[in-house]
Unconditional design. Structure first.
Length: 292
């Protein structure tokens, strides 16, 4: 059989076609409840019936907006939310693209009000958030900015249990990002679902499919002249755009991030590039999708 052809995509090599969502691994370990937000379709319909806008919004932040696109409702409040879903998915796509493109200015603009601050927590279909990608791609200034406005994101895991530090460790010449993450308190002994630490991938980067770092979340086409109805994500009972219903995590993140984004964009933050200039060089998905 002829060998598979290798093609170049955003500076990375992959086989045959660009990476999409990781395949299911039936033998994988079950993730912790807080690590993803995968729910049954029946549960989604119950939330729609009960007008749980906050919980439905968490599905968007978890990178599963496509599960909402085919839904319909006669309730005005839910109908308004569903109409906003394609627009929010495009905002998520654009945010991830800005990180992949290493465009800090665009990233900052995309997080300005009236966009809910919880948008920064959005993941792609593989569970990678924007900090995972900035860390793995070696985009130091963006990583520093994101850690500054959302420090909790540096400790999240994707659907294979990898933290941003795992991804940072798999890249060559990436000690700056690795150092930023350890300074932020990331655990160098954290284990992914293969029971591997970040230092393991430092020496065996080929065991991580780095092409997933440039996976851009899919989104339906929308009119370029249309405006996103961010207020449709507002859970009236909880008062926060995209608040998590009985879970206040998104709301708390939003409040913290709004303050930090405003402070960062107004006053700026001194980059750590200079202090890390002489740092030594760092030597250098499969996944699962279980319904809860």
């Amino acid at each position: 059989m002829p060998p598979k052809r290798r093609r170049r995509f955003h500076g990375l090599y992959y086989h045959s076609s660009p990476p999409k969502v990781m395949p299911m691994n039936q033998n994988g370990r079950k993730r912790r409840d807080n690590d993803d937000f995968s729910v049954k379709l029946s549960t989604i319909r119950i939330w729609m019936h009960e007008k749980e806008i906050g919980k439905l919004t968490r599905i968007l932040w978890a990178g599963q907006g496509h599960r909402l696109c085919q839904q319909a409702s006669n309730n005005g409040r839910v109908k308004r939310f569903l109409a906003a879903v394609p627009h929010v998915m495009n905002a998520i796509k654009d945010l991830h693209q800005a990180v992949i493109d290493n465009n800090l200015e665009t990233l900052q603009v995309q997080l300005e009000p009236p966009v809910p601050a919880a948008l920064v927590t959005c993941k792609d279909g593989n569970g990678l958030n924007v900090i995972h990608k900035a860390a793995g791609l070696g985009h130091t200034k963006i990583l520093e900015y994101l850690i500054g406005i959302w420090p909790e994101g540096a400790h999240e895991i994707d659907i294979t249990g990898k933290t941003p530090l795992h991804w940072a460790a798999s890249a060559k010449n990436n000690m700056r990002c690795y150092t930023l993450l350890t300074q932020a308190g990331c655990d160098e002994e954290a284990l992914d679902y293969k029971m591997k630490t970040p230092s393991y991938y430092r020496h065996k980067p080929h065991e991580i499919e780095r092409a997933f770092l440039v996976y851009v979340p899919e989104a339906p086409r929308v009119s370029p002249d249309s405006v996103t109805d961010w207020e449709a994500l507002n859970d009236g009972e909880n008062g926060g755009a995209g608040a998590g219903g009985d879970h206040s995590t998104s709301q708390e993140i939003g409040k913290k991030a709004i303050s930090k984004i405003a402070s960062t964009q107004q006053n700026g933050r001194k980059s750590l590039d200079d202090s890390l200039e002489n740092t030594s060089e760092l030597d250098t998905i499969e996944g699962m999708w279980r319904e809860m």
